[in-house]
Design a binder for this molecule. Sequence first.
Ligand SMILES: Nc1ncnc2c1ncn2[C@@H]1O[C@H](COP(=O)(O)OP(=O)(O)O)[C@@H](O)[C@H]1O
Ligand SMILES: [Mg+2]
Length: 306
Amino acid sequence: MIEVESLTKVYPGGVQAVREIDFTVEPGEVFALLGPNGAGKSTTIGMLTTTVEPTSGRARLAGYDVATEPLAARGVSSVVFQESVVDRSLTGRRNLELHARLWGTRSARIDEHAGVLGIADLLDRPVETYSGGQRRRLEIARALVSEPRVLFLDEPTVGLDPLIRYELLDVLAGLRDRGDLTLLLTTHYLDEAERLCDRVAIMHLGEIVALDTPAGLRAELGDELVELRVDGSGDDALATLQERGMAGTDAFVVGSTLTLPVSANGVDAPAEIRKLDLPVASLTTRRPTLDDVYLRLTGGRLAEAA
Ligand SMILES: Nc1ncnc2c1ncn2[C@@H]1O[C@H](COP(=O)(O)OP(=O)(O)O)[C@@H](O)[C@H]1O
Ligand SMILES: [Mg+2]
């Protein structure tokens, strides 16, 4: 449904926002671009929705090339931007009706879309009376009015408080379960990618540095990690562990925290580490998260779950 080949964007002034990325998304799949601010997520969505002109490479939606067949590509897709696009002085219903007229689609399904998004009861109130989460749902309902085959969501839950964010995730999961829609969303929240997505592309400085299912990404780090915090330099501690053959190339350090994937070879790694003369501040074991995957690949941290 989405095919991206060597897609690249260099903005005027020379910023290389997206660098030769490749991925495909299957019909009905939920796919995330995960990365911190500035990674190139919005630029990628911009190119896929024809608002940003690619510098080179290709992208197709349902077979339509975004550069050479932009109208057809836009016709099969819809986008929910970070900024609000609904008219606050009008009711929710009026917003949806206007959008349906613009697209020449049937208004008959407005109540159905509102129902799926859980805002049926609010439709006849002015949007200015909606909460932030309700307005975001209306934006998504609006995007569905054109009956897209691909829905793009750019940071759909950013700025929402945690409870509302989780409710919205459930709504998005409901869309996923309908099965006839392909979803591509961007996020810098790991838990969102983890809960919602079939596959995740981790973006860093315009490149895709890893692409797999959430479980597949985590599997690279094995079943268990040892997390060691020291008083002092994590790098020195890592050097000590490496000298003794207790840390491999998959270990990584951020400040005074060292993370070591441990293989299931029966060795009690924490006990072995305690035998060494290291300034241990804390020593725990836990299961790998996508945050660890991201950290190992990029040396940076993603946003913690709200
Ligand atoms: N219109 C623009 N002109 C110049 N640089 C831009 C423009 N939009 C984004 N950028 C730059 O491109 C990079 C990627 O930005 P963006 O795609 O917005 O990342 P993300 O959505 O992951 O935060 C950043 O360095 C950003 O400053
Ligand atoms: Mg963005």
